[in-house]
Structures are given as structure tokens and as C-alpha cells.
Design a protein around this ligand. Sequence first.
Ligand SMILES: *Cc1c(COP(=O)(O)O)cnc(C)c1O
Length: 365
Amino acid sequence: MPRPILATIHPEALRHNLARMRQAAPDARVWAVVKANSYGHGIARTYEALRGADGFALLDLQEAEQVRALGWRGPILLLEGVFEPRDLELCSRLGLWHAVHCEEQIAWLAAHKTQVGHRVFLKLNSGMNRLGFTPQGYRTAWMRLNALPQVDEITHMTHFSDADGPRGIAHQLEAFEEVTRDLPGERSLSNSAASLRHASDARVRGDWIRPGIAVYGSAPDFPEHTMVHWDLQPTMTLSSRIIGVQRLQPGDTVGYGSSFTADAPLRIGVVACGYADGYPRHCSTGTPVLVDGVRTRLVGRVSMDMLAVDLSPVPQAGFGSEVTLWGTATNGAVLAIDEVAASAGTLSYELMCALAPRVPVTVGA
Ligand SMILES: *Cc1c(COP(=O)(O)O)cnc(C)c1O
């Protein structure tokens, strides 16, 4: 028998969350962001559920080929554009839309031989300082692209650094508006956080929103808001079982480094899940876990293949009991991946993407 650990992907939840994002920006089209293999879920596993999107946004050319091979004829956007000139041949052949964020990409496009006009998303660096043209260079870049026979349509694009936090988006929105005001073309600005928190502003919605993490059921601004607040549902459950039980006496310790000491008699369950499965080693005593759908806590350090949980809230639980590390338990109880990520000092994004290859994945309801 294989180890009992299992990841389950929930297509109904993906559909629900996508519909939620549409509802947040009803007059915009929606890119389902499926980079990093659909945030660790597997593109092939999420594709059916996300076909209701207007397009798929990603950055790996292999992933773009995969989406085409799955049968998608609609728009696909390369969020970082191409990495070398010959990538443009694939864009022409597969009809990929692509970001243009630097001079090099314009020069490659100008030298590219093609019969089909490309749809490009010209990226403004409005303050994030990752990719994009500065406000000073943006209009020149637009003029150059606009004069190229290889270019069909130019969409204006930028990305917010603080849509989820107190600094907000006003300064970047202002820079974007200023630079693009009198230029024709569609606009795309918002990730999940901007779409949910600032979408009452039509300028923020633009023509295309680009939600990623919210589609995967995580609140982009946790802990200020939760997935329940945003009406999102978990799309990935990580579950396992108890493979051993120990009865501790006061003074007994658990695991490497003896980081947890029982101060009273305590039953603990040992779970077949460790950091080699992608469960964060930084989670310490107190991190929430569900056993038989009842909320309890991790005790002691996470080791490579095992972790331990407090069984006192679930006295009937024992060998073989269901453990939900994040997601939805059989009884319907939910443990937000955001809570586990916060315990580890990281984000849900990282946990989803770090699901280890050794964990079997199934597509559930
Ligand atoms: C990843 C990404 C997104 C999606 O961000 P979320 O925070 O997951 O919604 C949107 N736009 C760009 C350019 C991205 O790289």
C-alpha cells in the first residue's frame, strides 16, 4: 500500500472561484493565471474547470504549448514575453499573445518574419521595479511597436506591488493613467488583490483582469480578510492519515530537538506527512490541523516524512484517522491554506507551488 498522503484538486471550487472573480469585475475579461503549473495544481488537472475564462496567462512556453495541446483555441498570454528571438516563431505558430517589457524584445519583434500580426501587452513599470518600461520610456516604446508590421494590437499593462496592503495602488494607478491617457488600446492592471479590493474603480478593472491566487481559493490579503470573507473555496486539499499513536506523560517531549514538552498526559497522533511532501518545516507547535474534520494543532517539529498532532480535541481518533493538512475534510470542515502558510511565515502561493512530486494527486469533486 502506498503512503496515505494525497493531494486532491477540486474542479467545482475552481469554477466557483473563477465565477467570483468575474463577478468582481463583470465588465472585464478574465485571464486565468496558470503559471507555475497552475500554482502547483497541474495545468491538465485545472484546465476543464478553468475553460470558462477568457484566456490563460502563464510564462513558460512549454505551458503555453500544453494549453494549446489540451485544445484551447482562445487567447494565451505570456506574462513575461519571450526569452529569446526564436520564441517568437512559437508565438506566431500558436497565436500566443505576449508581454513586451524591454528594448530587446522590441528589437527581436522588429526582426521577426511573420505573416500573422502579434497581440502584445506593453508593460509599464509603474513602481514595482521588476519588469517594464519606465514612464519616461513607455510612449517611445509604444510608438516603435505601433509602427511595426509584426504588431497587430497593443494592450497597456502594469502590475501592482501593494494591492494587498496598506500602501495600496493609487500611486501606480496614477502613473499608469498619466502615461496611457491619450493612447488607444485595451488595458490590464489587476491581479487577485486589486480585483477584489479595488474593483469598484473601473480604471482598476480595465479590460482584462489577471487573477491567480484567488482562483485557487486563497485570500490575497490574509489575514486582513479570509477566503470566507471573499467567498472563495479551497481548490487543493492535502490529506493523510495517522500511522501511529503515542501517550505522553508530563515531561515527555516530541520529535527532533524536543521542541514540545507535554505538561499533562497527552495522546498524540503521528501523521504520514513531512517536509519532503511539501508541508513547511517552519510550521511549529500550534499550527492548525484537522483530524477527522476536527480542528487541533501540530506539536513539535515537522520531520521529513512525519509530523505529530494533539489528539485531545478528538478522543475517538486513532490509527488510520483522516488528517487534513489544508483544504476540505470529508465532513466538510475547511482549513484555509492561508492559516498554515501564515504559521510558517509564508504565503499560500509558496505552499501550493511546493507540493512535492512524491505526493499523488487526484482530481475530486
Ligand atoms: C502572477 C501574476 C498575476 C496573478 O497574481 P495573483 O496575486 O496570484 O492574483 C497577475 N499578473 C502578473 C503579471 C503576474 O505575474
